[in-house]
Design a protein around this ligand. Structure first.
Ligand code: NAD
Length: 485
């Protein structure tokens, strides 16, 4: 753990073993922090914010440090990518792409540091001036999930630092390794002691303390809805600012006039990327009835050819699931789908190859003949499981796509661009892709409608989450009012 610029073991001396989900081999052990460690880190972050120089450091200087973190990530990209593949099981190609995106996040926010000025307002009162300035929120607690360990951390670390906050980061206890490494790089880039602190450990102790502690001003969380609800409750202790990035059940709408090859290819990537363990996975396909048979045949054929394996092998298309528990959760959903009457077209079980038996592998799975109200259609499985429904009219596609508790992302494939734009305007989601799936980048905001979350990360909006807005009014001709003489 990294507290007040020092690398530390947990105060209890406890450790946790980190395993590779591909073969369950031990990678390393890390400190297992507890509530006392979290409190100590919060005290440091509080003092550093209240008494330290960081909030008043010129924004361009903070920006330069954050920019330099991005450069160091580029320098160590291969090492970081390899660490992420060991820790999460994703393919090396995916990890490299993640690291490239992560470097871009730090570079983008570093550059934005001194571009986001305040505002001058024309006041309705003579002889006065009125301005709006942005200030750091204060002490930020940050909690991340296991599926994109360092990527999710970068979306929080970079804007928090640039805006002049101090912070305590708690990565997922399952995949903390790249976050630990980036704290080394943050030290090398010149982040002062006490500004960014790292506490490792479980969510229900360390995470809960960050969410409820009275000295934390903002809690930013990425993870599941049920945890998000607990965090909202805990954060009510001192009415913290909250930012929540939660789950999704993201519709992928394919019209019959879509380019066939593009739609099928993108649909595969939408759902099976990182074994479906992606908040924005296109796990719910809606295909126009007249194109249904052709699209489904091609999807099933391609799905049978997906090569599972070691993320370090260049021919591996998909790695394992993250853990035994998570695979069991996916298996329960598949059983539920069968009981609900969905038709299992491919997959639906563990692979049989001997070399895959030590990892948490699960075959890419497609259910056809799905109905809107099935739980397999409504709930986030977070695994390589695609459900397919049909629609006949544009309005039916929109209605079905919007009919979940989620509102993270969705896509529409059509060569009729007016129709595609119309559908995009009607989807109640934070991101809509037209003729594509998954692109996100540092420059554009990311976040959810409905139960997919509160607030936005990335883009200018992602920086604003880490600022408070202050209005300063000045009377330039002060004189008595004379009301209470
Ligand atoms: P999770 O909710 O189980 O855990 C996320 C983090 O919260 C972990 O660090 C965990 O230790 C911590 N935590 C657990 N209980 C806590 C508590 N009571 N108080 C405070 N912290 C607690 O989620 P997960 O299984 O790690 O990640 C998968 C989920 O994350 C999926 O639902 C996925 O959709 C979501 N996700 C969303 C986005 C997004 O951008 N919207 C991105 C990635 C993942």
């Amino acid at each position: 753990m990294y507290i007040n610029g020092e690398w530390e073991e947990a105060s209890s001396g406890e450790t946790r073993t980190i395993i590779n989900p591909y073969n369950q081999e031990e990678i390393t052990t890390v400190a297992e922090g507890n509530v006392d460690d979290a409190k100590r880190a919060i005290d440091v972050a509080r003092k550093t914010f209240d008494q330290g120089d960081w909030p008043a450091t010129p924004a361009n200087e903070r920006g330069e440090i954050v920019y330099n973190i991005g450069r160091l990530i580029r320098r160590d990209l291969e090492e970081l990518a390899s660490l992420e593949t060991h820790d999460s099981g994703k393919t090396l190609e995916e990890s490299r792409a993640d690291m490239d995106d992560i470097a871009n996040v730090f570079v983008y926010f570093g550059g934005l540091a001194d571009k986001e000025g305040g505002e001058v307002i024309e006041p309705p009162i003579p002889h006065s001036t009125s301005k709006v300035v942005r200030e750091p929120v204060g002490v930020c607690g940050q909690i991340t999930p296991w599926n994109y360990p360092l990527l999710q951390a970068s979306w929080k670390l970079a804007p928090a630092l640039v805006a002049g906050n101090t912070l305590i980061m708690k990565p997922s206890e399952i995949t903390p390794l790249t976050t630990v490494k980036v704290f080394e790089l943050m030290e090398e880039a010149g982040v002062p002691a006490g500004v960014a602190n790292l506490v490792l450990g479980p969510g229900h102790t360390v995470g809960d303390e960050l969410a409820k502690n009275m000295d934390v001003d903002l809690i930013s969380f990425t993870g599941g809805i049920e945890t998000g609800k607990k965090i909202m409750q805990a954060a009510s202790s001192n009415v913290k600012n909250i930012a929540l990035e939660l789950g999704g059940k993201n519709p992928n709408i394919v019209f019959a006039d879509a380019d066939f090859e593009t739609a099928v290819d993108q649909a595969m990537n939408a759902v099976f990327f990182h074994a479906g363990q992606v908040c924005s996975a296109g796990a719910r396909m809606l295909i126009e009835e007249s194109a249904y048979d052709d699209v489904v045949d091609e999807l099933v054929n391609r799905t049978k050819r997906i090569k599972l394996g070691n993320g370090f092998n260049s021919d591996t298309m998909s790695g394992p699931l993250i853990s035994a528990d998570h695979r069991e959760k996916v298996e329960k959903y598949v059983e539920m789908g069968k009981e609900e009457g969905a038709h299992l077209a491919v997959g639906g079980k563990r692979p049989e190859e001997p070399e895959l038996q030590d990892g948490f592998f699960y075959l890419p799975t497609i259910f056809t003949h799905c109905k809107e109200d099935m739980r397999i259609v409504q709930e986030e499985v977070f695994g390589p499981v695609l459900t397919i429904e049909t629609f006949q009219t544009t309005e039916e596609a929109i209605q079905k796509a919007n009919n979940t508790i989620y509102g993270l992302a969705g896509a529409v494939f059509s060569t009729d661009i007016c129709k595609a734009e119309y559908v995009a305007s009607k989807l109640r989601m934070g991101t809509v892709w037209i003729n594509d799936f998954h692109p996100y980048f540092a420059q554009a905001p990311w976040g959810g409608y409905k139960q997919s979350g509160i607030g936005r990360e990335l883009g200018v909006q992602g920086l604003e989450e880490y600022t408070e807005v202050k209005h300063i009014y000045r009377n330039i001709q002060p004189e008595p009012i004379g009301w209470f003489k």
